[in-house]
Design a protein around this ligand. Structure first.
Ligand code: HEM
Ligand SMILES: *[C@@H]1O[C@H](CO)[C@@H](O)[C@H](O)[C@H]1NC(C)=O
Ligand SMILES: *[C@@H]1O[C@H](CO)[C@@H](O)[C@H](O)[C@H]1NC(C)=O
Ligand SMILES: *[C@@H]1O[C@H](CO)[C@@H](O)[C@H](O)[C@H]1NC(C)=O
Ligand SMILES: *[C@@H]1O[C@H](CO)[C@@H](O)[C@H](O)[C@H]1NC(C)=O
Ligand SMILES: CC(=O)N[C@H]1CO[C@H](CO)[C@@H](O)[C@@H]1O
Length: 341
């Protein structure tokens, strides 16, 4: 299987004579691509206004990650949650004095503080060199790319030019994030809303090669699966016993375990090898292998790291286009946590 990187749309390089028809066609084309959130972002967006932005963010992220490994999974997951709720617009960063911002929704509980801190620190470093120019949303996209590379995963060119959103509300989260008990059709439906295919969804799920899960997110698979079996029969029996040891019934809700028990700190394709062995932690992981419609992709990613890396990079660029604000939309916040700054 081969995957190509998407190339960025170059809307202003035409040299053909401009007839009225051509201008009309261009206007329509630009209108369509802006609706798609594609074509408006470009790789060298800050070449004139903040040429070193990627190096500045990379440095801040690497420093933070060297102090606290959790930085890596936390920053990656934060970007995903931001993009799926009102688009990649840093709305998840906003704090509300009333506790009703996007990050206060029940699904937020587990977004690790190190992810927020990484973006705040990166923004501070960027503002010191190029004040008022770079959006928090773009810093999130750069940082998400960088943490994957720091953990040994693929790197890829990141598209920029996002603006920060003006709305962050807990009430907008419900129904927009996938749940760990979802079936393949449910997962496909929620990703399709953001123009992400089943292939993209399977590749992005590979992010679960890193990071932690709290016991309550999968305890039903160990203790109360169905009328006929308390343990989910699709779980590898050895793995199920390990999970029960780590997560006894009624365990302290703050206990979290590695989602990839084999190589928890490496961004690699072992996640897919685990799925083949019945070691997918969530039902939403396990179904990718057990459903015959997605199994061939899981087998391919388990066997060919290059196929996974290519598909993951391609899907991350697509994820980064979801619902973006560009041009004069939104704002450039000076403080990522304050919508009016
Ligand atoms: C396919 C549907 C998905 C579901 C149902 C799902 C669900 C979850 C759940 C329940 C957790 C554990 C949270 C906790 O208890 O602390 C988690 C963690 C995580 N997820 Fe996902 N997720 C999905 C897709 C993604 C995607 C697309 C990404 C990023 C590209 C991602 C990145 C992560 C990371 C890195 C962690 C670990 C966080 C940490 O250690 O702080 N997930 N996910
Ligand atoms: C959806 O993604 C495909 C690439 O997978 C891209 O060609 C297309 O323009 C995207 N459409 C929208 C509406 O974003
Ligand atoms: C969130 O939306 C509710 C109405 O759904 C509104 O009462 C509240 O003020 C909003 N909060 C923020 C932080 O915008
Ligand atoms: C997942 O769990 C929620 C409640 O925790 C429930 O409402 C929903 O029906 C479940 N979905 C599936 C596919 O089991
Ligand atoms: C269960 O996992 C072990 C590794 O922990 C593996 O050797 C074994 O083959 C797996 N069993 C099944 C049925 O996949
Ligand atoms: C509504 C809700 O669950 N809000 C939580 C968001 O996360 C913080 C901790 O980071 C909790 O204190 C809130 O209760």
């Amino acid at each position: 299987m081969g995957y190509s990187r998407s190339t960025s749309f170059n809307g202003n390089s035409t040299t053909a004579p401009a007839s009225i028809t051509m201008i009309a066609v261009l206007i329509i084309a630009v209108g369509i691509s802006s609706a798609a959130g594609q074509g408006l972002l470009r790789e060298n967006f800050y070449a004139g206004s903040c040429p070193n932005v990627e190096a500045i963010v990379q440095q801040a992220v690497a420093t933070k990650a060297s102090q606290q490994f959790t930085t890596i999974p936390a920053t990656l997951r934060l970007f995903f949650h931001d993009c799926f709720v009102t688009g990649c617009d840093a709305s998840v960063m906003v704090a509300s004095p009333n506790g009703d911002a996007e990050k206060d929704a029940s699904d937020n509980l587990s977004l690790a503080g190190d992810g927020f801190d990484t973006i705040v620190r990166s923004k501070t470093a960027v503002e010191a060199i190029c004040p008022g120019v770079v959006s928090c949303a773009d810093i999130m996209a750069i940082a998400a790319r960088d943490v994957v590379a720091l953990a040994g995963g693929p790197s890829f060119a990141v598209e920029l030019g996002r603006r920060d959103g003006m709305v962050s509300n807990a009430s907008l989260v419900a129904g927009n994030l996938p749940e760990p008990n979802m079936t393949l059709p449910e997962l496909n439906a929620i990703f399709a809303r953001h123009n992400l295919t089943q292939l993209d969804m399977i590749a992005l799920s590979g992010a679960h090669t890193l990071g932690f899960s709290h016991c309550d997110r999968f305890a039903n698979r160990l203790y109360s699966f169905s009328k006929t079996s308390t343990v989910d029969p699709s779980l590898n029996a050895t793995y199920a016993r390990q999970l029960m040891n780590a997560c006894p019934q009624n365990v302290d809700p703050s206990i979290a375990i590695d989602m990839d028990p084999t190589t928890p700190r490496a961004f690699d394709n072992v996640y897919y090898q685990n799925l083949v062995e019945g070691m997918g932690l969530f039902t939403s992981d396990e179904v990718l292998y057990s459903n015959p419609r997605s199994q061939p992709t899981v087998l391919d990613f388990a066997r060919n790291a290059g196929d996974f890396n290519g598909a993951f990079s391609f899907a991350m660029r697509k994820l980064g286009r979801v619902g973006v604000k560009t041009g004069s939309q939104g704002s450039i916040r000076s403080d990522c946590t304050n919508i009016n700054s």
